[in-house]
Design a protein around this ligand. Sequence first.
Ligand SMILES: [Fe+2]
Ligand SMILES: [Fe+2]
Length: 199
Amino acid sequence: MRTTTKSSTRSTKASNATSRVTSRSATVEDAVSILTDDHDKVKKLFKQFEKHCKADNTEAKVETANMICMELTVHAMAEEEIFYPAARMAIKDDDLLNEAEVEHDSAKELIAQIQFMESDNPMYDAKVTVLGEYIDHHITEEEEEMFPKVRKAKVDLEELGEQLMMRKEELMAEIMSANGQINIEVLKQHALDAVSKKH
Ligand SMILES: [Fe+2]
Ligand SMILES: [Fe+2]
């Protein structure tokens, strides 16, 4: 669905001979669309987690929780390193950005706890479920407040999108093993680093 928006944006810009977008790769996607796609993906994963819990499928449940932690780790790092600093400069709303970063910190605490917890711990499901609730709230704030403000501001979202994609790919390559499986030890290390670096 976003592909339509993206291509229409691109074709509008393509008609402008001075547009930098025309010289970029055809796969360029704007930063807000990339982040919103990530949000949709992780929301689906939380729904799957709930389904696996109800079905009492421990293996699928843990696998999904690890995917949630991986997706959120990569997404939060890319946002904090690339998108938030650009948004902070562009929209001049420090309160909004500060709140978003505090929300990331709460999520990171839970992600670290989940990563270091045995899946048969009676609190495991609750931790993941509450993480889902935090993330739901955070996503709503980003999509309804921050992203519209950034879209209105003078930000080169395609340029930012390229930077986001590059960083995400780099992080994915670090966390995923060659066989396409999540490298849990690397993910745990990221969780520890994230908690120790919190704001
Ligand atoms: Fe986000
Ligand atoms: Fe965020």
